[in-house]
Design a protein around this ligand. Structure first.
Ligand SMILES: NC(=O)c1ccc[n+]([C@@H]2O[C@H](COP(=O)([O-])OP(=O)(O)OC[C@H]3O[C@@H](n4cnc5c(N)ncnc54)[C@H](O)[C@@H]3O)[C@@H](O)[C@H]2O)c1
Length: 350
């Protein structure tokens, strides 16, 4: 890296997540700058370079060959995550890869291998653990605020990705099995699975899941060949059971809530949008915390992911979300898909 420790980052894939988080957050970080953008859509890349700085590279290879580039953000559809990440690590660049980490565990293993061989940082874009309310919740749980944990219930439900993607509509890559491998399970499930691992400090032991396709359709009117709803029962390795529901067919208010039940009371995180955390204690006392709110598809707030990635490079330390976090989360997703097919409980094979 240069003497001033400015991290010069190239964003690969200039779509919704790049425009709403990666590019503005690099541009606003005093230790980083946007070195450029790579996108199939050259017009988009040029327009973004004018807005955020750097150049529109003609290809990923051109960006990786540039010695002025320190880091790469992988913001392309999931099918390209593994290949792009591995090429970038091999080219000596630090990598921030969006979630889900890849399409298969075989790919995540290769990514971890490339990280090890390169000695560079690999961080995953699991932003839920960087949301202030979740960090506060972790602190409260660690202090025993609701006693011994008994059960968790997490939801992530919104109206679907076809209005979010920069190339919106029923033809979105989010509905293409070849480009994602997973539907809502990889898209929204990835967030809450990583979050519960973080909040409880435990890995998922086993899962029983049911995938459903209820309402999302291709342009010809046929149902998509990916799940638009998923319900999962889990047991954590520390013995804690829980349930999660992920949905792309919630046409009401977005639901991004987590409820954790303990022997002394209940913790509701984003149970409604008036308070970030509410503790409902067994004796009837309520304690409320307002600690920064939550981003929704229509109301973006700073994710903190880019700041953490830049800080981990500048300080030469592991980031708060590692490649192992991405791998272990994908292992749960992959096993949940298999559980739904086989209609039985399955242990996670990490
Ligand atoms: N962390 C989060 O909360 C969050 C939220 C949304 C999306 N994501 C993830 O971010 C990634 C991108 O999603 P999005 O919503 O921005 O998608 P999007 O459809 O809005 O944008 C994708 C962009 O990538 C470009 N592209 C596609 N293939 C490419 C390739 N091989 N090389 C270069 N450019 C290519 C497209 O032209 C488009 O500009 C996905 O992995 C998604 O799961 C994460």
């Amino acid at each position: 890296m240069n003497e001033k420790k400015i991290v010069r980052a190239v964003v690969v894939g200039g779509g919704a997540i790049a425009q709403r988080r990666h590019l503005p957050e690099y541009a606003a970080n005093p230790n980083a700058e946007v070195a450029g953008i790579v996108d199939f859509n050259q017009e988009r890349a040029k327009e973004l370079a004018e807005r955020f700085g750097g150049k529109a590279y003609a290809s990923l290879e051109e960006a990786l060959a540039d010695p002025n580039v320190d880091a790469i953000s992988v913001c392309t559809p999931n099918v390209t995550h593994a290949e792009t990440t591995i090429k970038a690590l091999k080219a000596g660049k630090h990598v921030l890869c969006e979630k889900p980490m890849a399409q298969t565990l075989e790919e995540t293993r290769q990514m971890l291998e490339a990280e090890k061989e390169s000695g560079k940082i690999l961080m995953l874009g699991h932003n839920q653990r960087l949301i202030k309310a979740h960090m506060k919740a972790k602190e409260l749980l660690t202090q025993g605020a609701i006693g011994k944990l008994l059960f968790f219930q997490c939801n992530f439900k919104h109206a679907g990705p076809e209005t979010w993607s920069v190339d919106a509509g029923a033809g979105t890559w989010f509905f293409s099995k070849a480009k994602t491998n997973f539907g809502v399970m990889g898209d929204l499930g990835a967030h809450k699975i990583d979050l519960i691992r973080y909040l409880t400090g435990s890995e998922v032991k086993n899962v029983f899941a049911k995938m459903m396709t209820l309402d999302k359709r291709y342009a010809d009117g046929s149902l998509i060949d990916l799940e638009d709803n998923a319900v999962c029962l889990f047991n954590m390795e520390n013995g804690l059971p829980g349930i999660m529901h992920f949905s792309w067919t919630n046409y009401g208010q977005e639901d991004n809530s987590s409820v954790i039940y303990g022997t002394k009371g209940v913790m509701k995180i984003f149970g409604d949008y008036a308070d970030d955390i509410v503790l409902e204690m067994r004796d009837g006392v309520q304690v409320k915390y307002t600690v920064g709110g939550i981003a929704t598809n229509t109301n973006q707030i700073k994710s903190g992911v880019i700041d953490e990635f830049v800080a981990s490079i500048v300080e030469n330390r592991a980031p708060i979300v590692t490649g192992i976090d991405g791998h272990n989360t994908l292992a749960v997703i992959e096993t949940a898909m298999k559980s739904s097919e086989e209609k039985r409980w399955l242990d996670i094979q990490y």
